[in-house]
Write a protein that binds this ligand. Structure first.
Ligand code: GSH
Length: 208
């Protein structure tokens, strides 16, 4: 059975969501962030050398990095459900969003988070970081102007992968200027599997 090494209030929430969408059995092994630093506890280092979450284990195999985990679960354990076929016209679009979520969309958000701790010292970086956030969120918002989901008309794993940067950015009404992303979040949050995953994962305040 798949074990999800789940850090509270983190990216591993979307792994639980995928498992719920697929109706697979899984075990949740819980880890709590340090209340002061917000970092993962050292116990996660025993599972994977990076000490981050999500990590899954399936038999002897340990897989880290959410994109890889999502692909593994959907393709190997989920029979390819929620993944377009390689011959499909939207396959590379799907792959683009699978990689884009962590490879591009998260970077300006993380820069903003880290530099916010520097106070005035970070001021010279502020305009560039803000313009990159607007650039990326504008791009994502435009992508959803003509379709309900990132890879087209059908909900797919890339929507789950893309949910985290959008949720991470959405707090404090920041999606007001990106109405397609706001509608997207409402659409995915209405899915029964999303709600079931929240029950399994516990408190998830990212984006609220
Ligand atoms: N790109 C990685 C990021 C993993 C990551 O940074 N996870 C965060 C949780 S959202 C974490 O473990 N943070 C705690 C820490 O760095 O100590 C992925 O998508 O799996």
């Amino acid at each position: 059975m798949i074990k999800v090494h789940h850090l509270n209030n983190s990216r591993s929430q979307r792994v639980l969501w995928l498992l719920e969408e697929l109706g697979l059995d899984y075990e949740v092994v819980r880890y709590q962030r340090d209340p002061v630093t917000n970092l993962a506890p050292p116990e996660l280092l025993k599972v994977h050398p990076l000490g981050k979450s999500p990590v899954i284990s399936d038999g002897d195999m340990v897989i880290a990095e959410s994109g890889t985990i999502m692909e593994y679960i959907a393709r190997v354990r989920g029979g390819g459900r929620f993944v377009p076929k390689e011959s499909a016209a939207n396959y590379w679009d799907y792959m683009h969003w699978m990689h884009y979520a962590e490879g591009s969309a998260m970077l300006p958000l993380l820069l903003s988070l880290y530099t916010s701790r520097l106070g005035e010292a970070a001021a010279p970086l502020g305009p560039r970081i803000t313009s990159e956030i607007m650039n990326h969120f504008g791009y994502m918002n435009t992508a959803l102007a003509t379709r309900p989901f990132f890879a087209g008309d059908e909900f797919s794993v890339c929507d789950m992968q893309m949910s985290f940067p959008i949720e991470a950015f959405s707090s404090g009404g920041k999606l007001a200027a990106f109405s397609n992303l706001d509608s997207f979040l409402k659409r995915i949050h209405a899915r029964p599997a999303y709600a079931r995953a929240l029950e399994r994962g516990g408190l998830y305040t990212i984006g609220t």
